[in-house]
Design a protein around this ligand. Structure first.
Ligand SMILES: [Zn+2]
Length: 648
């Protein structure tokens, strides 16, 4: 955990224009900056950066936020990762909160292991390009496979020398600790002796999203029936094979840009596709795809295309694993390469243009692909066809989106010659089974003792107040410190100035009203705290707030589309108008807020009243009717006030 004061220092230092400009060329336009939005495809710039407000906003896709939000969004980082990124940029030392000794040890161990894998990667690379053995064996292999030097450098491939303990000895000599070498799996310890796990192999480092080396894949070059062709690092504190995808570090930018991720099988497939100018590609390196890996891709895109080599048995085995992708609600397509070709061989056989064209022309929707594949196998055998239908239905049933399921059911009904209702029935049966199983897997609230049945209707009214809540917060953020009224204090004759925030806080607190929207409630509580202490919290305090929900809502409200979109035309007039009319706008917003609250409360009472009528509880009915009437009277008063003001 990063401590609070460090977060504040980072937020203070991070100037929005400076941060954005590293990724997006900006042009000054009036008081703001303008550029092409990095988050959606556009030819005319609608991406605006306001240095005074410390926020960015795109009028094309609606993305908005402060400098941390920008880094999170652009670099696909979590909040703490984005803070660390900015800390590095502004040379701020990150002080982490105190952690338990176990946490410290774990963190230290992780860091030590990463230092070791980073060192190993450099050693292997040095071997490949500089040692005689590396050049004549390792580099010769890559050259023979037709790889270019820049691709080898991009993926930081290397070579582990043939001598059984060459790497481990060198690492110990260079001061690396044996226990860490063993924990990363690079070194194998057998009683007193140590060996290299990867001796005599070309090495493929497996990078994290941020480019750290987590583990390795090694391919043996000599023919040795006793050794596996490919060997991977064992699971460790830093390497979890099910959570990482080979090539994700080199692919992440392209995946976002192309809004699609290609999935291949091997390390060299990934590298070959890069050479064919297709960079949005990752490999699951031999294992079948896991949910964590699918979610990793989902951080960047909803669209995944799997490239298969034309080996039917292999395809049948692996398509079972694809339901996991459908389950995440992603769109899955399949490309079947010509017989006997894998992505590596085929991309080298044809030109880049031909390769891209082939993919484009042969991309098939997964369900369609699976249906056709199984149908051709079933060969009109009725038993096999029944199995096939069950199999397809299973895939359709995991898709979370109802509309997508419906479309597939329609299509499969035609292709399989089975009526739609039958397919619906099967799909729904499976979905019910699944949700039943899931409920029994994790004891959820459903498993708690059931309260006696109540005739209650669902009470849903919270959303109606959202708009007026946001408006109150917007006014607080934008005009909180502006003067609203001046009054002469009758007792001491002194003039008292009350600000917009004094007024709003007083009105809401006095009437004992509260916010339903959680983030609005947090911001209001903060304003109230400041007002109570005679302090003022400026908009920067909120835009640069350490709570990312607060900062992004604040940025959103301050960038109110209304206002920023007019910046280019007549910023002055608009802002002035709003500022000049505060005496009307603020009390109106408060009245609107109050009337929304009353309406919501009245709805709630109406529901309770209907239930009380159902129960025949006379006493309750009378009490509720009374409260309902009181609220109606209050609402009438407010409406008249609002109405009068509108007439003015
Ligand atoms: Zn945009």
């Amino acid at each position: 955990m990063i401590d609070r004061s460090t977060i504040e220092r980072i937020l203070e230092a991070a100037q929005i224009v400076d941060v954005v400009q590293e990724f997006v060329p900006l042009k000054k336009r009036g008081v703001n900056y303008l550029g092409l939005c990095p988050f959606h495809n556009e030819k005319t710039p609608s991406f605006t950066v306001s240095p005074s407000k410390e926020i960015f906003k795109c009028f094309g896709c609606g993305k908005v936020g402060n400098s941390v939000n920008f880094v999170m969004e652009h670099e696909h980082l979590t909040y703490p990762e984005a803070l660390k990124y900015l800390a590095k940029k502004y040379h701020i030392e990150v002080v982490e909160k105190e952690r338990s000794p176990e946490e410290v040890e774990k963190q230290n161990e992780r860091e030590s292991l990463l230092v070791v894998t980073g060192y190993a990667s450099r050693q292997f690379s040095e071997n490949l390009f500089q040692s005689d053995e590396g050049i004549s064996v390792g580099l010769a292999y890559f050259k023979e496979r037709g790889f270019q030097q820049n691709t080898l450098k991009k993926f930081e491939v290397g070579y582990s020398l043939e001598r059984r303990d060459a790497f481990s000895r060198k690492a110990l000599e260079d001061g690396y600790r044996q226990d860490f070498l063993v924990k990363t799996g690079l070194t194998i310890q057998h009683e007193e002796r140590i060996f290299d796990r990867f001796s005599g192999r070309v090495m493929f480092p497996i990078h994290s999203l941020s480019g750290q080396v987590l583990g390795f894949g090694g391919r043996i070059l000599r023919s040795d029936p006793k050794s596996a062709k490919y060997l991977n690092s064992p699971e460790s504190e830093i390497y979890h094979k099910s959570r990482i995808l080979y090539g994700i570090y080199q692919a992440r930018k392209a995946i976002t840009q192309e809004d699609r991720c290609f999935l291949v099988e091997g390390y060299t497939d990934v590298m070959s596709l890069h050479e064919a100018e297709i960079e949005n590609v990752v490999a699951s390196s031999g294992t079948s795809l896991t949910q964590e890996q699918v979610r990793l891709i989902k951080r960047f895109t909803q669209n995944i295309t799997i490239l298969y080599d034309g080996d039917a048995a292999g395809i049948k085995a692996s398509i079972r694993g694809i339901d996991i992708v459908l389950e995440e609600g992603m769109n899955v397509k399949i490309v079947l390469l010509p017989d006997g070709e894998d992505p590596d061989s085929y991309s080298k056989k044809v030109s880049n243009e031909e390769f891209s064209k082939f993919i484009k022309e042969n991309e098939t929707d997964f369900i369609r692909f699976k249906t056709q594949l199984l149908l051709s196998e079933a060969n009109n055998d009725p038993v096999r066809k029944a199995d096939l239908i069950r199999d397809i239905v299973k895939s359709i049933a995991v898709i979370p989106d109802t509309i997508t399921r419906t479309i597939y059911i329609k299509e499969c009904s035609t292709v399989l010659e089975v009526s739609e209702p039958v397919l619906y029935h099967e799909v729904n049966k499976l979905r019910q089974q699944r949700s039943f199983q899931e409920r029994n897997k994790y004891p959820g609230p459903e498993d708690l003792p059931v309260p006696p049945p109540q005739p209650a209707k669902p009470v849903q009214f919270k959303t109606t107040t959202l708009y007026s809540e946001r408006e109150i917060i917007r006014l607080l953020l934008k005009f909180g410190s502006d003067e609203l009224e001046r009054k002469i204090n009758r007792e001491d004759g002194k003039e008292e100035i009350s600000t917009v925030s004094d007024y709003i806080v007083r009105e809401i607190v006095d009437d004992d009203l509260s916010f339903d929207h959680m983030v609005c409630a947090k911001i209001f509580a903060d304003f109230r705290f400041h007002t109570d202490h005679g302090l003022f919290a400026g908009d920067k305090h909120f835009v640069k707030h350490e709570d990312p929900e607060i900062s992004s809502l604040s940025a959103d409200l301050l960038a109110d589309s209304h206002e920023l979109s007019r910046i280019w035309k007549d910023k002055q007039t608009y802002v002035e108008t709003e500022e000049m009319k505060l005496k009307e706008i603020v009390p109106d917003a408060v009245l609107k807020f109050k009337s929304d609250k009353i309406i919501a409360r009245r709805k709630e009472i109406m529901t309770l009243l209907e239930n009380a009528v159902g129960e025949g509880d006379q006493e309750k009915i009378l009490a509720l009717q009374k409260r309902y009437n009181t609220l109606s009277v209050a609402l009438g008063l407010i409406s008249r006030k609002l109405g009068n003001r509108i007439l003015l």
